[in-house]
Write a protein that binds this ligand. Structure first.
Ligand code: ATP
Length: 466
C-alpha cells in the first residue's frame, strides 16, 4: 500500500466513520484503502456534490493526475455539469456513457461509468463509481447498424421538401421506374429507401449500388453477376449480381449518369425485359425488380451530347423526383440540426448541446455544397469535439468559419448563381483553396463534403481541377 493510499480519503472516513471510535475509524480507513488497492479497475468515491473522497491508482492513471491533486477536488470539471446530472439521474449499476473533458491525445474517448449510490434517510451521501475508458463508437459503425429510412425519417418542413415527400408517397405504391435528381448529399438514397418501404415490395430486399464508386471493369459483374470461370479471378461457383439479389424488391442505381455507354446498353435490356445475363453466362434469368435510378448530373445535356442513351433516358425517367439542395431550403437547417444533434448524441452516448445564436446564423448563411450529409458531419463535429453545453463560434469547423457570408451577402449573390453543376465547381474551388491541394487537403475536402476520396477525384477530373 502506498503512503498516499493510507490517506484513504480522510474525507471519506470522516463521513463513513461518523459515530465510531477513533480506533474503529482508523481500522475502517485501512480496510477501504486495501479494498480499493486490490482491484486493477478504476474506482472512485464522490460525495453528493461530486467532491472526490477516495480513488485508487488506476483511477489516477485514467484521469492523468496524481492522487494528491485529485483527493478533495471536484469531479465536475472532468465530466461536465451535464455528465454529473446524468450520473445522478442514472439508476444503480446502469452504464452511463460520458465524454471526459479532453485528455491529452484521447479526444475521441468516452467513459463508461457504472455507479452505486448510498443514501442516508433518502438523502444522497456518497456515490461509488466504476469507470472504463474506450473509444467512442465510430459513425461508420453506427451507420452499419442503421435501419432503412421511411417517410417519417425524412426530416424537413420547408414547402419544397413537403411537396417532394408528398409526390414520393403518392408514387411509392406503384411499380413505375423513378428517377431521383439532386445534388450529392441531398438525400436521394434516403428517398429511394422510403419509397421502397412505402411500396408493396417492402418485405423484399432493397439493394443499392453506386455506379460511380465502382470501377467500370467491376461494375458489369457487380450489376449482372458472373458465371464460374468467366474471367481470371472469378469464383468457381460464380456470383449473383445486384439485380438478382434485388429480386422481389427494389434496386437503387445511384449515379447512373456515370455509367459507360457499353453498360448503358446492357442495362437497357434489363430495364426493358427484366432479364439479366451473368457475365460469361448463356442463360437469361428473370428478375422481378423495381428500379429507382438517381443522378446529380444534367442527363438531358448528356443525351444531347450523346453521352447518355436517349432510349435508356426515357425508360428510366418515367417519374422524375427532384430533391432541392439545402441552400434552397434553409428553413430546414434548424430542424435538421436539432434532429441530428439528438440522434448523434444518443448514438455516441453524449449530451445534446445547444447552439449559440451566432453559430446558428453561420449555419443559415452557409451554402452547404455537401448538403444534408455535410450538415450531419458538422453536427457530429459539435457532438464529438465541443466540451461545453453550448456550441460557440470558437468550435465551428473551418469551412463555416471562412466560407460563410452574411444573409445580405448571400442574397446579393444568389441571382448570379448558375446551374447546380457549376455551383459544384465553385464550391470545390473554394474548399481546395481553404484546405490545400495536396493529398491531405483533398482528404479534408472529401470529408467535408461527405464523399469518398475516389468520388472527389472523379469530381476534380470532371471539372478539370486536378
Ligand atoms: N431529409 C432528411 N432527413 C434526415 N436525414 C437525411 C435527409 N436527407 C439526407 N439525410 C441524411 O444525409 C445523408 C446523405 O443522404 P443520401 O445518402 O441519401 O444522399 P444522396 O443524395 O444519395 O448522396 P450521393 O449522391 O452523394 O450518394 C444520409 O445518410 C442521411 O443521414
Amino acid at each position: 500500500m502506498t503512503e498516499h493510499s493510507y490517506a484513504l480519503g480522510e474525507l471519506l472516513v470522516s463521513k463513513l466513520g461518523v459515530g465510531r471510535s477513533t480506533k474503529e475509524t482508523e481500522q475502517l480507513k485501512k480496510e477501504i484503502s486495501a479494498l480499493l488497492s486490490l482491484t486493477s479497475e478504476a474506482v472512485l468515491v464522490v460525495d453528493a456534490e461530486g467532491q472526490i473522497l477516495e480513488l485508487n491508482q488506476p483511477m489516477c492513471t485514467l484521469m492523468q493526475q496524481s492522487r494528491l491533486q485529485l483527493l478533495g477536488a471536484s469531479l465536475l470539471p472532468h465530466i461536465g455539469e451535464q455528465g454529473w446530472k446524468q450520473l445522478k439521474r442514472g439508476r444503480d449499476f446502469d452504464t452511463v456513457v460520458l465524454t471526459p473533458a479532453a485528455l491529452p491525445g484521447k479526444k475521441e474517448n468516452v467513459w463508461k461509468v457504472r455507479s452505486k449510490s448510498i443514501y442516508e434517510t433518502d438523502k444522497l451521501t456518497t456515490m461509488m463509481l466504476h469507470i472504463t475508458e474506450g473509444p467512442a463508437p465510430s459513425k461508420k459503425k453506427l451507420q452499419q447498424k442503421r435501419t432503412i429510412y421511411t417517410f417519417d425519417d425524412i426530416k424537413g418542413n420547408s414547402p419544397s421538401v413537403r411537396a417532394v415527400k408528398e409526390q414520393a408517397r403518392r408514387i411509392a405504391s406503384g411499380e413505375t421506374t423513378i428517377m431521383i435528381r439532386g445534388e450529392s448529399g441531398t438525400g436521394k438514397e434516403v428517398f429511394a429507401q422510403a419509397i421502397h418501404c412505402g411500396s408493396q415490395r417492402h418485405t423484399g430486399p432493397f439493394v443499392a449500388i453506386n455506379c460511380a464508386a465502382i470501377p467500370e471493369s467491376l461494375l458489369e459483374s457487380e450489376l449482372f453477376g458472373y458465371e464460374g470461370g468467366a474471367f481470371t479471378g472469378a469464383k468457381g461457383e460464380g456470383k449473383a449480381g445486384r439485380f438478382e439479389l434485388a429480386h422481389g424488391g427494389t434496386i437503387f442505381l445511384d449515379e447512373i449518369g456515370d455509367m459507360s455507354l457499353h453498360l448503358q446498353a446492357k442495362l437497357l435490356r434489363v430495364v426493358q425485359e427484366r432479364k439479366v445475363e451473368r457475365v460469361g453466362g448463356t442463360q437469361s434469368l428473370d428478375v422481378d425488380v423495381r428500379i429507382i435510378a438517381a443522378t446529380h448530373r444534367n442527363l438531358e445535356k448528356m443525351v444531347a451530347e450523346e453521352k447518355f442513351r436517349e432510349d435508356l433516358y426515357y425508360r428510366l425517367n418515367v417519374i422524375p423526383l427532384n430533391i432541392p439542395p439545402l441552400r434552397e431550403r434553409k428553413d430546414d437547417v434548424p430542424i435538421l440540426v436539432e434532429y441530428f444533434m439528438k440522434k448523434l448524441s444518443l448514438d455516441l452516448g453524449r449530451t445534446p448541446k445547444r447552439l449559440s445564436q451566432q453559430v446558428l446564423e453561420r449555419l443559415l448563411a452557409y451554402r452547404w455544397p455537401g448538403n444534408i450529409r455535410e450538415l450531419e458531419n458538422v453536427v457530429e463535429h459539435f457532438v464529438q469535439l465541443e466540451i461545453g453545453d453550448l456550441v460557440t463560434l470558437q468550435s465551428i469547423p473551418l469551412q463555416l468559419r471562412e466560407q460563410s457570408m452574411g444573409h445580405a451577402e448571400a442574397e446579393r449573390r444568389a441571382p448570379r448563381r448558375h446551374s447546380s453543376e457549376s455551383e459544384e465547381k465553385e464550391s470545390l474551388l473554394q474548399l481546395l483553396d481553404q484546405y490545400g491541394r495536396d493529398t491531405e487537403g483533398k482528404r479534408q475536402v472529401a470529408e467535408t463534403l461527405g464523399v469518398s476520396l475516389p468520388t472527389l477525384y472523379r469530381k476534380l477530373k470532371k471539372w478539370r481541377l486536378k
